[in-house]
Ligand binder design. Structure first.
Ligand code: SF4
Length: 135
């Protein structure tokens, strides 16, 4: 590591600490709204010691360890890009309840075929979720 590089911040291990964590599951869709949702999940993870993104794709693939994490989490916060609500449907199919759901396209962000996004949207929506769902 050179002097200029910041040290990496290791996150709590989901499998070991699920019971004390607010687990954030974002669809990470390949569109503007999915990318806003992904970045919101990153911001919330970085700003809260007891909140953390986990792998929704692994839950969808029914990885036993990841389904177990979702079932044991202190709270599940689900971030969907659009009204398809793919991340929420993964949990609903498995019968796993979640505490909070957001749909980015209903939060003033247009779904466009781009990976670009406005950081102001990320900040605004992350603040809303932090206020309404975390802690
Ligand atoms: S919820 Fe919408 S943006 Fe997210 S993965 Fe599904 S279709 Fe894509």
């Amino acid at each position: 590591m050179t002097e200029q590089e910041a040290p990496i911040r290791l996150l709590p291990l989901c499998a070991k600490e699920a019971e004390r964590l607010d687990i954030i599951l974002a669809c990470d869709g390949a569109a503007s709204v999915g990318q806003v949702g992904h970045q919101v999940a990153v911001e919330l993870t970085n700003a809260n010691e007891a909140a953390r993104m986990c792998c929704i794709t692994a839950v969808a693939a029914e990885s036993k360890a990841h389904v177990d994490i979702a079932r044991r989490a202190r709270k599940l916060i689900v971030i969907n890009g659009c009204a398809n609500r793919c991340a929420s449907k993964v949990l609903e199919r498995l019968g796993i309840p979640y505490a909070y759901e957001v749909v980015i396209s209903k939060e003033g962000v247009e779904k466009l075929p781009t990976l670009d996004y406005d950081p102001a949207d990320v900040k605004r929506i992350a603040e809303k979720i932090a206020k309404e769902a975390l802690g």
